[in-house]
Every structure is written in C-alpha cells, then in structure tokens.
Design a protein around this ligand. Structure first.
Ligand code: HMH
Length: 222
C-alpha cells in the first residue's frame, strides 16, 4: 500500500531487529538501575570517538541536501541544526569524561566502533544518494532517541547519575528532530526509484545492526 510511509513498512517488517537495538540489555540495565558503571564508562569513551566521526558524516548529508533538487531549505536548516548540537554534544562528552575519570585521549577504538565509523565514511561519497544518506542519519538518531526515551518512561529506575544522559537523547526536542528527519526520509523515498528504496532499506538495517554491535561492545560482550 503506497499510502503507508516507507519508514512505517520497515519498522513493521524489521520489528525484531529494531527492538534488538532499542531495547538492548545495556539500555534495559540503565532503565532498571542495574547498569554496570564500567560498561557505562566504556560506552562513554567509545561514543565520544563515534560522535567525532559522526560530524563529517552529517556534514556530508548537509552537502547532499544542498545539491539534491528534491530537498528544500527546511531540510538544510534541520541538518544544520543537527550539526550545531553536535558541538554541544562533544562538550558534554568531555564534561562527563572528566566527571567519571575517563581519559578521552587514550581511548582505543574497539572493533565494532571502527566498523561503524567506516560504514559512515562509506556513505559520505557523492555517489551515495541523498535519500540513502538521510535514511542512515534518521536511523542513527532514532535508535538513540527511542532507547533513551524508554529509560525515561514511567516505572524506570535510572540511577540519578545517568538521568542527564537519558534526557540528552530521550528529550522531547530530540524526539521532534527525529520525527522531522523521518518525514524527510518518507518524502524522499516516495519519489525514489525501487533501487534507491531498496538501498535505503539495506542502509537502515545496517545501521540497526551496527547499533546492536555498539551496545554489545559497551557491555563488554564483544
Ligand atoms: C553509536 N549511535 C551512536 N552514538 C550516538 N551518539 C548516536 C547514535 C546518536 O547521535
């Protein structure tokens, strides 16, 4: 049915994979308060490295949005806003690292992280369609949004030290940002060829898989 947005069909079809990424044992342990702080610190250091590689990726999506004729000013401004928040996010990681005595200069990127960053880099080339790249951006953001928003729901027992982390990605403003990205993906794919739609779907699934591996790495379950 062409009235159902593409992202909706993916979320239905790949429900198990998506839930594996957004309800991972690491996230559930934050939610129920049983989280192991050494896992949290490992995640913090690795995610700092990830976010630094995420910046050039988002910049490449911004470039594609400026060049793509199906894109408009609103797309560009939304992505630009995303880049601006990454500046704040990098500072937040530095603050948290100093609070938890994690030395950001001596972090060794783990395999799952290296692979994820390589995947991001592979999407920066000009041969990768805007629709595919914006799909990746949405998927990357929505997994964090959905995961951490789950930690803020009724009945959760997040340790107070991690409340701020959950709010960083679980807050309503970030939720709205993700909904706007999703709207762009659905609009782009409505007009896309079957090949591009299928490339975007593969890309969505790859992101979900990389996110699961990233959480596994954080738990120390490599
Ligand atoms: C691994 N995925 C990972 N790190 C993040 N910070 C986000 C998604 C959201 O920006």
């Amino acid at each position: 049915d062409s009235n159902i947005p593409v992202t909706e069909t993916w979320l239905r079809k790949h429900r198990l994979q998506y839930t594996g990424a957004t309800r991972h044992p690491f996230i559930l342990s934050i939610r129920d308060g049983s989280v192991d702080f050494s896992s949290f610190k490992r995640w913090l250091g690795q995610d700092y490295i990830f976010v630094r590689s995420f910046v050039p990726f988002v910049a490449s999506v911004l470039m594609k949005s400026c060049k793509d004729e199906s894109s408009d000013d609103d797309d560009m401004e939304l992505i630009l806003g995303g880049i601006a928040s990454l500046k704040d996010e990098i500072n937040w990681f530095k603050q948290q690292a100093s609070k938890y005595h994690v030395s950001l200069t001596s972090i060794i990127p783990q395999n799952a992280n290296i692979k994820y960053c390589r995947f991001l880099e592979s999407l920066t080339g000009s041969e990768v369609e805007y629709a595919v790249a914006i799909t990746a951006l949405w998927a990357i953001e929505v997994v964090y949004q959905d995961s951490f928003a789950h930690c803020l729901e009724e009945g959760s027992r997040v340790p107070h030290e991690l409340q701020e982390t959950c709010e960083r990605w679980g807050n309503e403003g970030f939720g709205e940002f993700c909904r706007s990205l999703r709207g762009i993906v659905d609009r782009c794919l409505q007009k896309a060829s079957p090949e591009v739609i299928s490339k975007a779907e593969v890309c969505f699934l790859s992101v979900v898989e990389h996110e699961v591996e990233f959480w596994n790495m954080s738990v120390g379950d490599v």
